[in-house]
Design a protein around this ligand. Structure first.
Ligand code: LMR
Length: 336
């Protein structure tokens, strides 16, 4: 009898010891949190590079705790679907251009107003100021939280025509636009026909003549080969394509505090990295387009630019009510 008791006690002690050992072992062997980061552009663009930097930094700061999977070039979700996918929890980070949020807030439309910002430095000053920071938080009620702004650059206008100097040259032409009511109004002000279309479809639409032209940054034009299916790119710098990196509020708030902290740090560093690169990438891609010699780069005189500005500026008034005069004034102040 005694032997049986002893045996039971030994077995119990062994089981307890195994359990005690198994617990910390199980905790450390826990699967990492998988974070999907989806975007629509090529890897060599400013956003593509920013996403890869974020992955590198996040995995270094949180070893074994997170695994970041980056999906470029609309591989996972195109821009018609990515915001929905984020809200459904199918992806945890996206960085749509600021033109693609107008279903969620009208305020962010400020970035689409033509000729509002003089250059990307002015955009940066506005984004870093109190109004820009407040916009990052402005979609919380819709389930979206902005973690930072990433630059791409200023937009240029391209068409399949030889002449692209003054606004009259685009009259009656069809243009692909991002899903933004401001951009729609901008092309209507030019008496041309805008068509909202996902980024992944633009090359083919230009190639087949579904549309005659589009507006984009040098890095997007080059990486998508738009210059191979367009005749002229006018250096208008008439607007900006920048991004807000957004996450799902519920998912973000539910993360362990140390993971949220590590991801925030990784985002801050990746933002600085991507924003430093953006200007250089766009300048290099402008040169590559010029060297390729497929599309002509049309330089514009001061008077030409003034004519484009005059045609497009009436759009401001139209959206002032939705955006708010304070934001427009704040953006204008950032030019100085
Ligand atoms: C576009 O749709 O033209 C751009 O917003 C794509 C991008 O993400 O840069």
């Amino acid at each position: 009898m005694k032997t049986i008791h002893r045996l039971r006690r030994t077995l119990l002690a062994t089981a307890l010891a195994a359990g005690a050992l198994a617990l910390p072992f199980a905790a450390s062997a826990q699967a990492p949190i998988v974070i999907k980061f989806s975007h629509v552009v090529a890897e060599q663009t400013p956003k593509g590079q920013g996403a890869l930097k974020f992955k590198e930094l996040a995995e270094k700061k949180l070893p074994g705790k997170v695994q970041v999977q980056v999906f470029p070039s609309s591989q996972l979700f195109g821009d018609a679907k990515e915001l929905e996918a984020l809200l459904l929890g199918d992806v945890q980070f996206i960085a749509p251009s600021l033109s693609k949020f107008d279903r969620y807030t009208k305020k962010i439309q400020v970035f689409d107003l033509p000729f509002l910002f003089d250059d990307i430095e002015a955009v940066d000053r506005f984004q870093s100021g109190p109004q820009g920071k407040a916009l990052l938080e402005s979609m919380r009620g819709r389930g979206l939280l902005g973690l930072g702004y990433w630059h791409n650059g200023m937009k240029q206008l391209s068409t399949n025509k030889d002449k692209l100097v003054r606004p009259g040259d685009v009259k009656g032409l069809k243009f692909r636009i991002q899903a933004s009511d401001v951009l729609e109004a901008q092309f209507r002000a030019l008496e041309s026909n805008p068509q909202k279309m996902a980024f992944a479809e633009v090359y083919q639409a230009l190639q087949t003549g579904v549309v005659d032209g589009q507006e984009n940054t040098w890095s997007n034009i080059y990486s998508q080969k738009f210059h191979e299916v367009q005749k002229t790119i006018a250096e208008t710098n008439h607007g900006v394509i920048d991004y807000m990196v957004v996450t799902n509020v519920k998912w973000w708030d539910g993360l362990p505090a140390d993971v949220r902290k590590g991801l925030t740090e990784a985002m801050t560093e990746a933002t600085a990295y991507a924003n430093k690169l953006a200007l250089d990438i766009n300048e290099a891609d402008r040169k590559k387009i010029a060297d390729a010699g497929k599309a002509k780069i049309q330089k514009l005189s001061k008077d030409d630019v003034a004519a484009w500005r005059k045609s497009m500026e009436p759009v401001w008034k139209k959206f002032e009510g939705d955006i708010g005069r304070d934001l427009i004034d704040g953006a204008l102040k950032s030019n100085k």
